[in-house]
Design a binder for this molecule. Structure first.
Ligand SMILES: Nc1ncnc2c1ncn2[C@@H]1O[C@H](COP(=O)(O)OP(=O)(O)OP(=O)(O)O)[C@@H](O)[C@H]1O
Length: 229
């Protein structure tokens, strides 16, 4: 099965010209894809459509995730689908600062598949090489690197089949970036799990068997209309 199947997508923000046009893009389950592209080429818009934070309206084409058409779901159905099947690590980690690490993980699990959250949280934190007593600390009392690991734990707590990662490494130095990608790969390895990793840092592409470039994928991208990073 494909983890992602896009057909005739032509997405515009309200009142604007199309910013994302993808005729056909399929990502088989189990793929690990490095997604690159200049600033403004539509990477975040694409990730938001894949996570169903944005939805292609009628006539804007088809986005299917794990065989499910996202526009066929109600808002509530999409929220449930996202919580149960998709994990995200976005640029801001979006941890709730005053809640403990455990409560942040509990909150994510509450909207997901359930099960023994405490045991799974402890297991993930250990796997991510963090001390277990960190679970009791408020998220705001952690270093940036620790918050990043907790954001990975939160994304993995519901055992997502699709993981979307958007440049969480931009604040880190080169060695820390490589370590982050390695950590992700080690902790998110199964034949069913699909990873889409967006970054400007092309040196990270070496960790991925497949690279996709928005300049090829997005026919609406016009380099003259946007600033190029
Ligand atoms: N909320 C929005 N409303 C209107 N236009 C938007 C909105 N968000 C993004 N755009 C436009 O959509 C296009 C693609 O932007 P997007 O943020 O997806 O690119 P990106 O490749 O992620 O860029 P960056 O690498 O700088 O984050 C740009 O022209 C941008 O100005």
């Amino acid at each position: 099965m494909n983890a992602i199947a896009i057909e005739q997508l032509c997405f515009a923000y309200a009142g604007g010209a199309p910013v994302l046009e993808i005729a056909d893009w399929q990502v088989p389950q189990g793929s690990r894809v490095f997604l690159r592209g200049p600033s403004g080429s539509g990477k975040s818009t694409l990730l938001n459509l894949l996570s169903s934070t944005l939805v292609a309206r009628k006539g804007q084409g088809k986005v299917q995730i794990l065989g499910q058409s996202l526009s066929a779901l109600s808002n509530r159905g999409r929220d449930r689908f996202r919580a149960q099947r998709i994990g995200v690590v976005f640029q801001q980690f979006n941890l709730i600062p005053y809640l403990s690490v455990m409560d942040n993980l509990h909150l994510a699990a509450h909207f997901g598949r359930g099960g023994d959250v405490r045991e799974r949280a402890t297991h993930l934190i250990t796997q991510l090489k963090l001390p277990v007593d960190l679970l009791k600390r408020p998220a705001q009392a952690l270093s940036v690197g620790q918050q990043q690991r907790v954001a990975i734990a939160r994304a993995l707590i519901n055992r997502p089949q699709l993981l979307l990662v958007d440049e969480p490494t931009s604040a880190l130095d080169r060695d820390a970036r490589d370590a982050f990608v390695q950590l992700l790969m080690e902790n998110y390895a199964s034949e069913e799990s699909t990873l889409i990793f967006v970054s400007h840092d092309t040196t990270l592409a070496q960790h991925f068997p497949v690279t996709a470039d928005m300049r090829d994928l997005n026919k609406a991208w016009n380099p003259e209309a946007t600033d190029v990073a």
